[in-house]
Design a protein around this ligand. Structure first.
Ligand code: SF4
Length: 377
């Protein structure tokens, strides 16, 4: 894809203006107060698909509890899960820990010193490696995220939908690699992202306050509404689920009710702790399932609550109802019966735990489970 970029390459005054603007206007994020590969890495992984308003408090808590790569490498599943609540995709946290373990075990805790070395760390891809080497090692490698694509699209007046293809992104990467400030590459990358987040916003870019307006073809040609073009729509997958909210009966003497949580073993919630989730095909299948659950000897009551939670994880639109069960005894036989009835081997086989009512919200590790719990309580 050809980008109209001669004006950006022939005069670099816009780059100086961008950096000057960044120096005066950058947001005061905790990971910007002092630069370290560990903090930069953690914040980069946390901020994938999450807003900064969510990330900042979670980041502060994370680095307070796990202040360095050694602490992260030795973090338990439970600790990691509790620090990742609300940040989505727990698998990212596990990959981050796997990377930390690799650095501790294979490199004695020393961070890589080049782009290619970072790429050998498990869980680190080209984008994360670019962030790390440009910010922490002053290596001129461009970071191309959604904000940067939007800014480049407008600076070059490009409205071709091909911009979003792998080829289009490669063209942008190559262009910005050539435009990056060789003295302040990390600041340049952050300035481009900050410009996209604060000024060159998706809706209503604030061109009058933009430090690079003189170099912007979309502004000059009145193309800001068509640059960038809309992304081709990704197909959204509708998934119907029922959460099994299982509690031990409170009528058993000396045993206040406790709730059953499992560590999920598969699917996009793999590794998270929460309520067992059953995929179903509609209300009728749930009614049939409830009737089978009622027949389990240790089960005392079963109530069905149709989809009352909606939750989206990337392209998965989840509609989640609840089947609430109370049972007499927390025995292996009960779990075996439940597992067989809902055809989910992991209920009996996976790591599971019973927790008191007041601990449920602290132990579950996804925003989806918190929503289910809010509806329950
Ligand atoms: Fe974006 Fe407007 Fe600045 Fe162009 S002038 S980069 S459209 S904010």
């Amino acid at each position: 894809m050809i980008l109209e970029s001669n004006h950006l390459q022939s005069s670099l005054a816009w780059r100086t203006q961008l950096l000057n603007w960044y120096d005066l206007n950058k947001r005061d994020f905790p990971w910007r107060r002092f630069i370290s590969p560990y903090h930069t890495w953690v914040c980069e992984v946390m901020s994938q698909q999450t807003t900064m308003a969510v990330v900042v408090p979670r980041f502060n808590e994370f680095v307070a509890k796990l202040p360095n790569v050694h602490a992260l490498a030795h973090a338990s599943d439970e600790e990691l899960r509790s620090l990742w609540v609300g940040l989505g995709y727990y698998a990212r946290a596990r990959h981050l820990r796997a990377g930390a373990q690799d650095i501790v075990n294979r490199r004695n805790g020393e961070f890589p010193q080049s782009y290619n070395e970072w790429l050998t760390v498990p869980g680190v891809g080209p984008y994360t490696a670019s962030v790390l080497v440009s910010i922490c090692l002053d290596f001129p490698k461009a970071c191309v995220d959604g904000n940067v694509i939007r800014v480049v699209s407008r600076l070059t007046g490009t409205s071709a939908v091909e911009l979003w293809s792998e080829k289009g992104k490669a063209s942008i990467q190559s262009l910005v690699d050539g435009l990056i400030d060789p003295v302040r590459p990390g600041d340049f990358n952050q300035a481009m992202m900050e410009l996209g987040a604060l000024i060159c916003r998706k809706q209503s870019p604030d061109c009058c306050r933009c430090p690079v307006q003189d170099a912007c073809l979309a502004s000059a040609r009145n193309l800001t509404t068509t640059c960038p073009p809309n992304k081709p729509r990704a197909e959204v997958r509708r998934i119907q689920l029922a959460a099994l909210v299982i509690s031990s009966s409170d009528s058993v003497a000396d045993h206040p009710p406790e709730f059953f949580l499992i560590e999920r073993q598969e699917g996009f919630l793999s590794g998270t702790l929460g309520f067992p989730l059953i995929q179903h095909t509609g209300p009728q299948s749930l009614v049939e399932l409830c009737s089978k659950l009622s027949a389990i000897p240790q089960v005392r009551t079963v109530t069905l609550h149709e989809a009352n939670v909606r939750h989206t994880i990337t392209r998965n639109a989840l509609e989640v109802g609840q089947i609430r069960l109370t049972c007499d005894a927390r025995t292996p036989q009960l779990l075996a019966e439940l597992s067989r009835t809902v055809e989910q081997a992991q209920i009996a086989a996976a790591k599971q735990t019973w927790v008191s009512k007041k601990l449920v919200s602290r132990r579950v590790s996804t925003a989806l489970d918190l929503k289910v719990w809010e509806k329950f309580s």
